[in-house]
Design a protein around this ligand. Sequence first.
Ligand SMILES: NC(=O)c1ccc[n+]([C@@H]2O[C@H](COP(=O)([O-])OP(=O)(O)OC[C@H]3O[C@@H](n4cnc5c(N)ncnc54)[C@H](O)[C@@H]3O)[C@@H](O)[C@H]2O)c1
Length: 286
Amino acid sequence: MTVAEIRRIGVVGLGAMGAGIAQLAVEAGYETVGRDVTDELGHEARDRIAHFLQRKVDKEQLAGDAREHALGLLALTTDLADLADCDLVIEAIVEDLPAKLALFSELEGIVRADSILATNTSALSVTEIAAAVQSPARVVGMHFFNPAPLMPLLEIVRAELSSDEAVEAAYTVGERMGKRPIRCHDTPGFVVNRVLIPLLNDCLRVLDEARVSPEALDTAMTAGAGWPMGPCALVDLVGIDVHVHASEALYEKLREPRMAPPPRIVAMKNAGLLGRKSGRGFYRYD
Ligand SMILES: NC(=O)c1ccc[n+]([C@@H]2O[C@H](COP(=O)([O-])OP(=O)(O)OC[C@H]3O[C@@H](n4cnc5c(N)ncnc54)[C@H](O)[C@@H]3O)[C@@H](O)[C@H]2O)c1
């Protein structure tokens, strides 16, 4: 049995994705409990949320008292037991299967039998994560895109044993958060990454094959294919390390050569050229 209505949401891991998901949850009016491993990480996440909500107030997208109300809905903890009353828990910790399995197993012992457990994993199997619990019907994927408050898409991922109720409850939460959810099955890369990762890798191979510069390739794809952003600029934004990791994960599962990261970006990753976040990737960011 799945809870009839989601009122209270837990978010575990308040990094880049978790803080954005917690922001969406409080803006949608859900009581939200955010858990990270230290108080400091929790407070940093709340400061980032407060900052982004203030920017919305400054742009007249949000009323000042709505910001205060939203921030008042967010409670922070380092103790997983404080998520006991949550109807839905969204996991956004590090992309590491053993860590996620340990967390789901511990969470199952804490939350009610009718609560839903969701994972924001990008590249792991939701079905494999669900195998950590006694009641896998309650487990779904909720794959938000970065930055979660701004990117409209939300992939609601049905694992092998997910119940219809859990899938639909996650979908409804996504709609209330203002996202454009889609339902899909648990296959490597789900929908967007399954298409985008090999496509971006093809683009990066063309850099060497056609001997074009990153600027020229980005011009080709924006001016010739109507892309809103060129592939090199996009990979810099995503993070070279994140893209390499996602490519390797897809390649490992599907064994299609196009999924494998081109040697050129593996070398960039190894050299610490990670894109915007390191100040240098295909472009320089001073
Ligand atoms: N960054 C992206 O572009 C992106 C996009 C979609 C999905 N994801 C997925 O979201 C998840 C989180 O990614 P991220 O980029 O936010 O990572 P991140 O490193 O920014 O944040 C992870 C956070 O989880 C915390 N954490 C680790 N173990 C924990 C535990 N047991 N309990 C509570 N907190 C814990 C860390 O302290 C950190 O604050 C990953 O599964 C990733 O694949 C990432």
